[in-house]
Design a binder for this molecule. Structure first.
Ligand code: NAD
Length: 437
């Protein structure tokens, strides 16, 4: 039995501590965490207890842990969007191989710095494009690669963000304001663009985009609506975004049982985002005083709630990608129309792939292997892959140049939306001062 790979974690939040580090509980023979950097003392202590770390292995910031010298083979970096480039560059320079959360950076310049740092230091830099590591997307990718639907002619891909997830993350939460985080097309769709880059294998020649913040704005309601749901809001009982209905009694949250007065919430997202204290009183306090109790029409949000991107590939294929925050349920849906068949699919419980051959009446329902962790199996799939890459058993499925391409598309789409111009991607790529691919 080989020694487990040793990792440090920078940012023990929802993604780092819960989605990825939990892999170590099930696979102690593969990975061991030997250090954590996290300013929040409750999160730091909890992670140290769960992974059996002593005080010399816990740090209050990424700067402190990296100043200590190399402690492990790899660094898992799951800080917020605007804190990716500096710790990742510093970690690679300190000798760590890095698994970095998406988006790789909040600017084009940041993405380029990361690629350069990886190439100059010779360290692996893998971005958490978790979708590639799911049974669903691997199955879909293999079908397209096999030629089963012929030559792909046109693609429609939709990222349908549920109404309540939109309010949680992009109206009240961490990704609501592009000056504080990133534009929604980057935060939400760098995954979708990565999948399109992977599946289509021809680069985008030109793209355009439209979209706006349509609904979650002060003008959508009258002056009688207060700043918080708990301030006697006259429409609270029927509002699907009521913070009381989402976080206190949870009557509005899909797949969660309504909570009785006085009952604790389960220690899961989205409750763990709003407070450490999951008791009824703790959650009540959080929505009375914190950001997640704000009326969705009275927040400091400025990211879009719908955006469409139209792309023409170098081989003439046309692709439409639609992202919006008004879906009845969380899922992605898509169709690929080819010269031999049409493939229609949805990703999000239940996952489905169906192929309709031209000239045949019977559709083929494609079996999809069962997923075993969050994001359709992608969270642990990503961790497992990173560890195999470090053990020299496989090449990273999401190499850093492929990630650069999907991020370039997101930045270009935002520029196209704001300027109203069609973007020539060959010209846009030269701005990255790197020739990708
Ligand atoms: N791959 C995916 O599908 C996916 C899904 C959701 C979020 N994300 C991305 O994951 C990242 C983290 O998201 P999250 O929801 O876990 O956020 P989070 O806020 O829960 O976690 C970030 C953590 O970083 C800590 N931190 C702040 N300053 C620090 C410092 N100086 N040194 C070390 N740690 C510091 C924070 O205290 C916090 O605990 C974001 O970039 C987000 O966009 C990716």
């Amino acid at each position: 039995m080989t020694k487990p790979i040793e990792l440090i974690l920078l940012g023990a939040g929802a993604r780092g501590a819960q989605a990825y580090a939990s892999y170590a509980f099930e696979h102690p023979d593969e990975v061991r965490f030997v250090g954590v950097a996290e300013p929040d003392p409750i999160r730091r202590k909890r992670f140290a207890e769960e992974h059996d770390l002593d005080e010399s292995q816990t740090f209050a910031s990424w700067e402190e842990i990296l100043a200590r010298g190399q402690m492990a083979d790899g660094a898992l970096i799951t800080t917020q969007d605007q804190m990716h480039v500096e710790p990742a560059v510093a970690a690679m320079q300190a000798g760590y191989n890095v698994l970095l959360e998406k988006p790789m950076a909040d600017s084009l310049e940041g993405c380029v710095r990361l690629v350069q740092a990886s190439e100059q230091t010779g360290r692996t830099l893998q971005i958490c494009h978790v979708l590639r590591y799911t049974p669903f997307w691997r199955t879909l990718h293999d079908i397209l690669e096999s030629g089963r639907i012929g030559e792909i002619v046109t693609v429609e891909h939709r990222e349908n963000v549920a109404w309540w997830h939109m309010s949680h993350s992009f109206v009240r939460g961490n990704w609501r304001n592009k000056e504080l985080s990133t534009p929604m097309i980057l935060a939400k769709c760098c995954h979708d663009l990565d999948i399109l880059v992977w599946n289509l294998q021809h680069r985008v020649k030109r793209l355009s985009s439209v979209g706006s913040l349509f609904h979650y704005r002060p003008e959508s309601v009258g002056p009688e609506i207060p700043l918080r749901c708990t301030d006697g809001c006259p429409i609270e009982a029927e509002c699907p975004w009521s913070a009381i209905g989402l976080y206190l009694d949870a009557r509005l949250l899909p797949r969660v049982r309504t909570l009785e007065e006085g009952e604790d919430a389960p220690p899961t997202w989205p409750f763990t985002t709003i407070t450490h204290d999951l008791s009824w009183e703790g959650r009540k306090r959080a929505i009375e005083t914190g950001p997640y109790g704000r009326c969705v029409y009275r927040c400091d949000n400025n990211v879009v709630d719908h955006q469409s991107v139209l792309m023409e590939l170098e081989n003439g294929v046309s692709v439409t990608m639609i992202m919006h925050g008004h879906s009845n349920e969380e899922h992605r849906s898509m169709r690929y129309d080819g010269t031999k068949a049409t493939l229609r699919a949805r990703f999000g419980r239940p996952d489905e792939i169906t192929i309709y051959d031209h000239g045949k009446n019977e559709p083929e329902i494609v079996p999809i292997p069962t997923a075993t962790s969050g994001h359709g199996g992608g969270d642990w799939g990503t961790m497992g892959s990173f560890l195999r890459v470090l053990r020299g058993e496989e090449k990273a499925l999401t190499d850093v140049r492929a990630s650069l391409e999907s991020h370039l598309l997101a930045f270009a789409a935002e520029e196209a939306r704001l300027s109203g111009q069609m973007i020539d991607m060959a010209e846009y790529r030269t701005r990255a001062e790197l020739v990708t691919g």
